[in-house]
Write a protein that binds this ligand. Structure first.
Ligand SMILES: Cc1cc2nc3c(=O)[nH]c(=O)nc-3n(C[C@H](O)[C@H](O)[C@H](O)COP(=O)(O)OP(=O)(O)OC[C@H]3O[C@@H](n4cnc5c(N)ncnc54)[C@H](O)[C@@H]3O)c2cc1C
Length: 499
C-alpha cells in the first residue's frame, strides 16, 4: 500500500497527526486546508503585538514517561513546544459562587488538597482517584499497550454517565459538583456524557498540567515542518467543495475554485456531518446519513480575548472555573437572560515564567440559537446589531469576572470577542460546537463515529473519532492511521521513538 497517495481534508490536529504518521511511513500525503492558517482549533490570531489562542489552551501528562510526552517525542514536538507548568498546588480552581476548591497535580496531592476542603470525605476522594485511575489504566490505547481486539474502552464506563459515576463515589453534593467542576473541558451533559470521557481527561491533567508558551499554533507549525520534511504537501486556501466518487470508491475532490485533485485514499478531518454533505454518492446509504445527521453537537462558546495594560496584572498559573449556581450541570442549560451563569478564565503564557500577564481569555458557554439570526452573514459583515449583541455579552462576562477578581477591569487595555459563528466559520464545526458530537451513554454505539465510512477508501479523523482534545484527537488519528499501518505497528513505532 505504501507509495499510494493520501489526501487529507482539513489541517486540524487530527489531519496533521495523520499526515505526520502516514508521510513518515512513506505515503504520498497532501493536506488541503480551507483557511490561510493551518491548525483548526490550534489557530491563533494577533491583535497588536499580542497573540491569542482560539482552541487549545492547556495540556496535561507531559512529564517524561507520561502519555502525551510519549506522543510529543514521537511527533518530534518536544524541542519546539515550550511549556509553562501550571500551579501544582491548584492547576484548576473551581469556584462555586466564589467559594473556591483546588485540583492539585499528582494523585496524592490531589487527594490531600481537596480533603482540606472536605475533611469528612477524604476516603471518597481517595476512591474517586482510584476509580479514575482504574478507568484510565483499562484503556490500552491511552497507555500505548498493544491490543488484541477492537475494545478500546470497557463497556461499563461507556454506559454510565459522569454524574452517576460521581454520585456513586460520594453523597456529598458539594463535593460532587466540585469533582465535576472542570466539565467545560468536555462540555459535559448531565445523564449523557459517559464516565470514560471525564476519567480520561481528568487523569490526563491530574498527572501534570501546562500551558503552551507562545501559543498553540506552534504545535501545528512544527507538525507541518515535519510533514514537509517527510515529503508531504500542505495546501492552504484550498477549500474542499465535494468529494467525488465513482460506483465503488472516492476518486478525487473538487475545490471551491473548481480544481480537481485525485488520490488513492482520502481522510476527512472535516466535521463528520459536513463531510457527508460533500458526498453525493449512493455508496452512503440513507440510514447512515440519517444517523450521522441526527447526532447532537456539544455546546459552543462566547469568548472575550483580553489584552492587559503592561505590568498591571500578576500572571495566574491556574485556570478558574466559575459557577453562579452551585449545581454545575445546569451551566449547559443556562438561561440567556441570566448570562453568564458560568465561565472559564485563563491567562495566556507568552514567555517562560512570566511575572505579569499580557493577555487572558474569558470563555462562557453559548448556544448557537443565540446567534442564529446572523447565521447567513460572514466574518466582519454581520451588522451593527450583532456588534451590540457581542458588546453586551462581553460586558456581562467582564462584570461577572470583576466579582471574583476585583479591579481587573481597570487593567484591561482592550478586548476582542468571538461567538459560535466565529467557530462555525473558522473550523466548519456544526453550530460552532466546541468538541463535536456529544457522546451519549444512553446511545453509546450510535454516538461513536467510526473512522471507516461506507466509501471504502474514505476515512474520518478528528475530534468526532475517539474523543476531542490534544490527547483524544491524537489517539483518534492513530485509530485512523491504523487502517493503513496496523494499530500495534504504530504503538511499536511510538515505543521505539521513546526508547
Ligand atoms: C474554545 C476551545 C477550547 C479548547 N481548549 C482545549 C484545551 O485547553 N486543551 C485541549 O487539549 N483541547 C482543547 N480544545 C479541543 C481541541 O482544540 C480540539 O479537540 C482539537 O483541536 C480538534 O481538532 P480536529 O482535528 O478535530 O479539528 P479542527 O481543529 O476542527 O480542524 C478541522 C480543520 O478542517 C478544516 N476544514 C473544514 N472544512 C474544510 C473544507 N471544506 N476544506 C478544507 N478544510 C476544511 C478547518 O478549517 C480546520 O482547519 C478546545 C476547543 C475549543 C473550541
Amino acid at each position: 500500500m505504501k507509495n499510494k497517495s493520501i489526501m487529507i481534508l482539513g489541517s486540524g490536529l487530527g489531519g496533521l497527526v495523520c499526515a505526520y504518521i502516514l508521510s513518515k511511513n512513506g505515503y504520498k500525503v497532501r493536506v488541503l486546508e480551507k483557511n490561510t492558517q493551518i491548525g483548526g482549533c490550534l489557530q491563533t490570531f494577533k491583535r497588536g503585538n499580542v497573540k491569542f489562542d482560539t482552541g487549545m489552551h492547556y495540556i496535561g501528562s507531559m512529564e517524561e514517561g507520561q502519555i502525551l510526552h510519549n506522543f510529543f517525542k514521537y511527533l518530534n514536538l518536544l524541542d519546539t513546544v515550550k511549556l509553562n507548568r501550571l500551579d501544582d498546588s491548584g492547576y484548576d480552581v473551581i469556584s462555586l459562587k466564589g467559594e473556591t476548591f483546588k485540583f492539585a497535580s499528582g494523585y496524592d496531592n490531589f487527594v490531600q488538597t481537596l480533603a482540606k476542603s472536605f475533611p469528612n470525605n477524604k476516603s471518597d476522594i481517595e476512591n474517586y482517584i482510584k476509580r479514575v485511575r482504574e478507568i484510565a489504566d483499562a484503556s490500552p490505547l491511552y497507555n500505548l499497550r498493544k491490543i488484541n481486539n477492537n475494545i478500546f474502552i470497557e463497556a461499563d464506563y461507556i454506559k454510565t454517565s459522569v454524574n452517576e459515576f460521581i454520585a456513586s463515589i460520594t453523597n456529598n453534593t458539594k463535593l460532587q459538583n466540585v469533582l465535576a467542576g472542570n466539565l467545560p473541558l468536555y462540555a459535559g451533559v448531565k445523564d449523557k456524557t459517559p464516565t470514560y470521557i471525564h476519567a480520561l481527561i481528568n487523569n490526563f491533567y491530574i498527572q501534570s498540567a501546562y500551558r503552551i508558551v507562545g501559543g498553540s499554533d506552534i504545535i501545528a507549525e512544527q507538525l507541518a515542518n515535519s510533514i514537509k520534511s517527510f515529503g508531504g504537501e500542505i495546501l492552504t486556501n484550498s477549500e474542499v467543495d465535494e468529494i467525488l466518487c465513482d460506483n465503488t470508491k472516492a476518486t478525487s475532490v473538487r475545490l471551491t475554485n473548481g480544481e480537481i485533485l485525485e488520490a488513492d485514499y482520502f481522510i476527512s478531518n472535516i466535521h463528520s456531518q459536513e463531510t457527508i454533505k460533500k458526498l453525493n454518492t449512493k455508496l452512503l446509504r440513507k440510514a447512515y446519513r440519517d444517523r450521522i445527521n441526527s447526532l447532537e453537537n456539544t455546546i459552543s462558546n462566547f469568548t472575550v480575548y483580553i489584552k492587559f495594560k503592561e505590568n498591571t496584572t500578576p500572571y495566574l498559573n491556574y485556570n478558574y472555573y466559575y459557577y453562579q449556581d452551585p449545581d454545575v450541570w445546569k451551566a449547559n442549560f443556562y438561561n440567556p437572560k441570566k448570562f453568564p451563569q458560568s465561565y472559564l478564565f485563563m491567562h495566556q503564557c507568552h514567555e517562560p515564567n512570566p511575572k505579569f500577564a499580557q493577555s487572558a481569555e474569558l470563555i462562557g458557554y453559548m448556544r448557537y440559537d443565540e446567534v442564529k439570526q446572523w447565521e447567513n452573514t460572514s466574518v466582519g459583515k454581520r451588522g451593527e446589531d450583532y456588534k451590540e449583541f457581542k458588546e453586551e455579552k462581553a460586558r456581562k462576562l467582564l462584570n461577572k469576572l470583576e466579582e471574583s477578581f476585583p479591579g481587573i477591569n481597570n487593567n484591561i487595555e482592550s478586548y476582542y470577542t468571538s461567538s459560535p459563528l466565529t467557530y462555525r466559520d473558522y473550523t466548519a464545526t456544526q453550530n460552532g460546537s466546541m468538541y463535536g458530537i456529544i457522546r451519549d451513554k444512553n446511545f453509546p454505539t450510535q454516538t461513536l463515529i467510526s473512522q471507516r465510512t461506507k466509501v471504502p477508501n474514505l476515512f474520518m479523523t478528528g475530534q468526532n473519532i475517539n474523543s476531542h482534545g490534544i490527547l483524544g484527537v491524537t489517539i483518534g488519528a492513530m485509530i485512523t492511521c491504523a487502517e493503513f499501518l496496523g494499530m500495534n505497528e504504530i504503538i511499536q513505532e511510538i515505543y521505539n521513538s521513546n526508547h
